[in-house]
Each structure stands twice: as structure tokens, then as C-alpha cells.
Design a binder for this molecule. Structure first.
Ligand code: KIV
Length: 293
């Protein structure tokens, strides 16, 4: 079901039609996995703007304001330069644009790793200034103490293991993880540590399928796969990747549309109209009112 919006021109507020449903909460999502099984897989997509949130919201359980916005929105080479202010501005926009999904905001690199206290200060700013339902951070065993610290203080935490893009400079690239026994053991230990620390869900990214399946069977909280396995408890993709905004996408992306082609074709038609002076036409121009009789 898709939501549309009526603009109240006197207040500039957008009111959703049909009337908003109750927003999902983090406990709603966590409780979808019962005794190791998730009857209905959890649907998550990234959203970075109010309008994309409006369009994706009704179809998703979770909207992730991912720090992938660094590359997707800002053209940065990786997520490493993304700042807390960027995440907060986009997180607030996505919360404003959504009524149904629980909104999770990524903690950007450098804002949480130094100590649980530093993580709390950053996460509290995100929660207060965006109105989101929880935060996501990358890392496993090394972050377990921080996850427990935040969770005990009222901040729901989604973990992220396997290919962790903020660690690209240590990992040396974006290749799939878990191909060696040592790497697989480490990723499993990371996921178990986050689960024990109280993470409400764990993203498993770019991990060989048997490891993703094993983690999903071993942890109590839901796993959300991206480049992992259909047997995870849910899935996430970067919305712009699955919509076909980029020519090159990772192998694990299924492209459902080709909006790059649609945008390019529309811009070409507009440019041709402008050059031919056929835009604006009579429907797009204002004429003086006829004088009243
Ligand atoms: O930043 C992001 O978009 C993410 C998802 C790909 C999981 O972390």
C-alpha cells in the first residue's frame, strides 16, 4: 500500500492519506523472532530523504538512514568522512517522512568507537534530534561493551558484522568475508557477542552464505542480511541500488527498476522542449485574468 500526501497550504504541513498507521517499535521487530524462527521476514530499505521515506515507508518494517548516504547522496569515496550532523539532518527528514516503519540511524565512523560514554553522547544526540527508534553501529566483540552500555541506558542498538564498510581501510576493500575458517569463526563470535550484549537485531553484510545461516540459527535476535542469505530473518538493500540509480552495484543487489534510464530520458525530453521553445506551454504559463464584466 502506498501513502500519498495532501499539502495544507496554510501550514505547509503534509498530511498522509490514508491516515497513518501505528508506527512499529523496536520491540515489535525484535519479537518477530520467536524461539529462533521468524515467520514473516523483516523488510528494511535505506532512506535518506523525507520523500524517499514517504514512498518506501508503507512497504518496510524498518527504514535505515545508512551512512552509505556518504557515497549515494554526497559522492564521497566511502562512508568514513560522514559526520554526525549529516546523519542527524537526514535522520530527522526520514522520521518526518514516515509513519509506519521504525527508523534506525547509522552512527558514523569516529563517533562511537573510543568509549561507551562517547557512543552514548553521539547516540543520544541522534535520538533527541531525529526522533528515530534506534541506532546502528558496526563491529562485533570490540563493540559489545558499548552495545550493553547503550541498551541499558535506553538506546536500542542494531549491530553490523561481516563486511563492515567503515573498516574499509583495515579490510582493504569490500570483498565478501568469512571465506577462511579464522574469518568465519571471528564473524560468528562477533554476532554472538552483540546478541549477548542486547542488540535488538544484527545486520550481516557480505558474508558467505553458510556463515550467515549458522549465525541466524545461533543468535536469539533477528539477523538482517545484505549479501548474506535468504535464510536470514530479514533483508536490507540500499534503495538507490535496487532502484537502478547506479550502473555498477555489488553482486548481491537485485535491481528492481531502472530509474537512471527514466531520469536520463526525462531530462533529454525536457532539454529538447526548452531548446525548441515548446516548454513552457499554455498549461504551464499564467495569463492576465479576463477583466470582470
Ligand atoms: O549504510 C548502509 O546503508 C548500511 C546498509 C547497507 C546495511 O549499513
Amino acid at each position: 500500500m502506498s501513502t500519498t500526501f495532501q499539502l495544507d497550504t496554510s501550514t505547509s504541513r503534509a498530511h498522509p492519506t490514508p491516515a497513518p498507521m501505528k508506527r512499529l517499535t523496536v520491540p515489535d521487530v525484535r519479537q518477530r523472532k520467536v524461539d529462533g524462527a521468524t515467520a514473516e521476514p523483516i523488510v528494511m530499505l535505506t532512506a535518506y530523504t523525507a520523500r524517499s521515506a514517504q514512498l518506501l515507508d508503507a512497504h518496510c518494517d524498518l527504514l535505515l538512514v545508512g551512512d552509505s548516504l556518504g557515497q549515494v547522496i554526497y559522492g564521497l569515496p566511502s562512508s568514513v568522512p560522514v559526520t554526525l550532523d549529516m546523519m542527524i539532518a537526514h535522520g530527522a527528514a526520514v522520521v518526518r517522512g514516515s509513519y509506519h516503519a521504525a527508523v534506525i540511524v547509522d552512527m558514523p565512523f569516529g563517533t562511537y568507537e573510543a568509549s561507551p560514554e562517547a557512543a552514548f553522547a553521539s547516540a543520544a544526540r541522534i535520538m533527541k534530534e531525529t526522533g528515530c527508534a534506534g541506532i546502528k553501529l558496526e563491529g562485533g566483540e570490540a563493540m559489545a561493551e558499548t552495545v550493553a552500555f547503550l541498551t541499558r541506558r535506553g538506546i536500542p542498538v542494531m549491530g553490523h558484522v561481516g563486511l563492515t564498510p567503515q573498516a574499509v581501510n583495515v579490510l582493504g576493500g569490500y570483498n565478501a568475508r568469512g571465506r577462511t575458517e579464522a574469518e568465519a569463526d571471528k564473524i560468528m563470535a562477533d554476532a554472538r557477542a552483540l546478541d549477548a550484549a542486547g542488540a535488538f537485531a544484527i545486520v550481516i553484510e557480505g558474508v558467505v552464505e553458510p556463515i550467515a545461516v549458522a549465525i541466524t540459527g545461533q543468535v536469539a535476535c533477528p539477523t538482517i542480511g545484505i549479501g548474506a542469505s535468504a535464510r536470514c530473518d530479514g533483508q536490507v538493500l540500499v534503495a538507490e541500488d535496487m532502484l537502478g540509480l547506479f550502473e555498477r552495484v555489488p553482486r548481491f543487489v537485485k535491481v528492481y527498476e531502472n530509474i537512471a534510464e527514466t531520469i536520463g530520458a526525462a531530462a533529454a525530453r525536457y532539454a529538447a522542449d526548452v531548446r525548441a521553445r515548446t516548454f513552457p506551454g499554455p498549461e504551464q504559463t499564467y495569463q492576465p485574468r479576463a477583466p470582470k464584466p
